[in-house]
Design a protein around this ligand. Structure first.
Ligand code: CA
Length: 224
């Protein structure tokens, strides 16, 4: 009886050890993943909107969609910190590439944003922000990106010529720029929005600001 109890004890100890080892391996593995963003290609942002100093050493590209709730949330939670900590200080220049994962509405929003970028580049980022602000917080799958809604948003910008914007939407005048963005999305292998790429490295979790800070610091060092 005594021996039996002992071997039961041994078995329990071994089992616990195995569990601890597995747990440690999981922790190490997931930490490793967090620390190493996926390498993608350096992104050619020629012809894309740019916020910040042209010669800033670090380039951050957001692949986003006006119809995507996570992109709106990212714009509210992470983007203002980036602007304050890195873009206004001249460390980071920021660009945005349209993703069309939500179909027709994504395409219409992108065509309109590209039109404003082409005709009124000075108000592009404010218009971009206004589009995200207009995204409903509930029932966001329901249609909301319509030509009427876009013109209503544009009416807040005296610089924007409503007639030309309407024409651009009807004739899909900026489709070429939208296609260029689609090519980038394919090239980089974007499968989720928002996808954040920092000097050619894709972030595992776009909402992990600590990891973003680390990646920017690393990228700054690499550029020195
Ligand atoms: Ca673009």
């Amino acid at each position: 009886m005594k021996q039996n109890k002992n071997s039961n004890m041994k078995f329990a100890v071994v089992l616990t050890l195995v569990a601890v080892v597995i747990l440690a391996a999981v922790v190490v593995f997931s930490n490793k993943q967090e620390a190493l963003p996926t390498e993608v290609t350096q992104i050619d942002i020629t012809g894309q909107p740019l916020l910040g100093e042209k010669n800033a050493p670090v380039t951050i590209v957001e692949f986003g969609d006006f119809k995507c709730p996570a992109c709106k949330a990212w714009g509210e939670m992470i983007y203002p910190k980036l602007v304050n900590d890195y873009i206004e200080t001249g460390t980071v220049k920021f660009s945005f590439v349209n993703v069309l994962f939500h179909g027709k509405e994504s395409t219409l929003g992108s065509i309109a944003a590209e039109s404003v970028f082409e005709r009124n580049p000075d108000v592009y980022w404010d218009f971009h922000q206004a589009l995200f602000d207009a995204q409903p917080t509930e029932n966001h799958d329901a249609q909301w990106i319509t030509p009427e809604k876009i013109l209503e948003i544009a009416s807040g910008f005296p610089e924007i010529d409503q007639k030309l914007l309407k024409e651009d939407m009807e004739q899909q005048s900026t489709m070429e720029s939208v296609k260029l963005d689609e090519d980038l999305v394919r090239e980089v292998g974007v499968s989720l929005t928002p996808t954040i790429v920092i000097n050619g490295k894709m972030m595992e979790d776009p909402f992990d600001y600590e990891a973003i800070k680390k990646a920017i610091d690393q990228a700054t060092k690499d550029e020195d």
